[in-house]
Design a protein around this ligand. Structure first.
Ligand code: SF4
Length: 316
C-alpha cells in the first residue's frame, strides 16, 4: 500500500499521534519547525530510542509532549541544564533541546551562553517568534525595537539579542538561522546540527500571528510569511555580528558558524585524565570505572526523580 493511501504518516515513528491535535494556533509556525526537526532526524536515521528531547516552558515547549521518545517538559528556563545533566549521565544519547526564545534567552540566558562556551555536545533548536506567545504577548529578549507588545504598547525601546552573534562568539561549534518559509534549507541545517559534534544551535524564525503579528502590521499568517520572504537574505558565511534583526529591514539567514574539529568539553576532560587512566593498574582502572558508573547513575536518578517523564501534561 502506498503511503498516500495509508493511515500511517511517514513521521509516525517519532510522534505520539494519540496526543494530536496539538494546541498551537492556526497559522503558528511551530508545526513547520517541529516537522522540519523530525524530517531531519528521519533523514539521518536518528534512533528515537537513543534520543532525548528537552523543552522548556511556552508554546514551543509543548513539543516535548508530542514526541514518541524520552522527552522532558521542564521548568522555565531550565531546558539547557536539564539537557546537560542527561548528557553527563548518558553521553551515548543524542540530546536535543527544542525551546522558545523567551525560555532560552531570557530566564535561561545564562545557561545557554555557558553551554556554548563549554562546547557541550548537544543540539539546541531555538524558535524565535519575537514574543512570549503562551503567556499573552509580553516583550521578549528577541522582540525587535519599536515593536508593539502587551508590555510595550508604545513600542519596544530595548535592543534584541542577536542569537547567532551571541552563541558564535561564546564558543558554539555550529550556528545557523533559517525561517519556516525556507523549510528545505531549515531541514538541511537541522541535519547538519544534529550530526555536529559539540554545541550546535539553529535559530528558527517562526511567526506568532496571535500574539505578535496582529499587533505589528501582519494581519494574517500570509502577511507573516511574506515578511520573511521579503526581508530574509540568504548569505554564505555571514558575519555573526551582522545577525541583528531590525523591524522592516533585511536580515541575514544562513550558517554563521561551522567550526571544524573544535574539542568538546568531554574531549578536554578525557585529554586531562587519559594519561593517568591508561598508566594506572588494572585494579585502579576497574575502580575508576565503578566510581564513574555510580556517579552517572546518581545523576540519572536525580533527573528521573525531578522530572515529568514521557512528555507528560505539566501545563494543561
Ligand atoms: Fe503559536 Fe503564537 Fe499561538 Fe503560541 S500564541 S501557539 S506561538 S501562534
Amino acid at each position: 500500500m502506498s503511503i498516500i493511501n495509508s493511515d500511517k504518516h511517514p513521521l509516525d515513528l517519532y510522534l505520539r499521534t494519540e496526543r494530536l491535535p496539538h494546541v498551537w494556533c492556526p497559522g503558528c509556525g511551530l508545526g513547520i519547525a517541529l516537522n522540519a526537526l523530525l524530517r531531519a532526524m528521519q533523514k539521518i536515521g536518528m534512533d528515537p530510542d537513543k534520543t532525548v528531547v528537552v523543552s522548556g516552558i511556552g508554546c514551543t515547549g509543548r513539543a516535548a509532549g508530542y514526541l514518541k521518545m524520552d522527552s522532558f517538559h521542564t521548568t522555565h528556563g531550565r531546558a539547557i541544564p536539564f539537557a546537560l545533566g542527561i548528557k553527563a549521565a548518558r553521553p551515548d544519547l543524542n540530546v536535543i533541546v527544542f525551546s522558545g526564545d523567551g525560555d532560552l534567552f531570557s530566564i535561561g540566558g545564562n545557561h545557554i551562553i555557558h553551554a556554548a562556551r563549554r562546547n557541550i555536545d548537544i543540539t539546541v533548536i531555538g524558535v524565535n517568534n519575537f514574543i512570549y506567545g503562551m503567556t499573552g504577548g509580553q516583550l521578549a529578549p528577541t522582540t525587535p525595537e519599536t515593536s508593539i507588545t502587551t508590555t510595550s504598547p508604545y513600542g519596544n525601546l530595548e535592543s534584541p539579542f542577536n542569537m547567532p552573534g551571541l552563541l558564535s562568539t561564546a564558543g558554539a561549534s555550529y550556528v545557523a538561522r533559517w525561517t519556516v518559509v525556507h523549510v528545505r534549507r531549515l531541514e538541511k541545517g537541522l541535519e547538519k546540527a544534529l550530526l555536529k559534534r559539540g554545541f550546535s544551535f539553529v535559530e528558527v524564525m517562526s511567526p506568532c500571528p496571535t500574539a505578535f503579528g496582529r499587533r505589528n502590521g501582519m494581519k494574517g499568517i500570509v502577511d507573516s510569511m511574506k515578511y520573511y520572504e521579503k526581508y530574509a537574505v540568504i548569505k554564505t558565511d555571514p558575519n555573526p555580528l551582522d545577525g541583528v534583526i531590525k523591524p522592516n529591514e533585511p536580515f541575514y539567514i544562513g550558517e554563521f558558524m561551522d567550526a571544524e574539529d573544535e574539542p568538546t568539553f568531554d574531549d578536554k576532560l578525557w585529554e586531562l585524565t587519559k594519561k593517568d587512566f591508561l598508566e594506572s593498574s588494572q585494579a585502579d582502572r576497574a575502580r575508576w570505572i565503578m566510581e564513574h558508573r555510580r556517579r552517572l547513575e546518581t545523576i540519572a536518578n536525580l533527573i528521573a526523580g525531578d522530572s515529568t517523564h514521557e512528555g507528560g501534561d505539566v501545563h494543561e
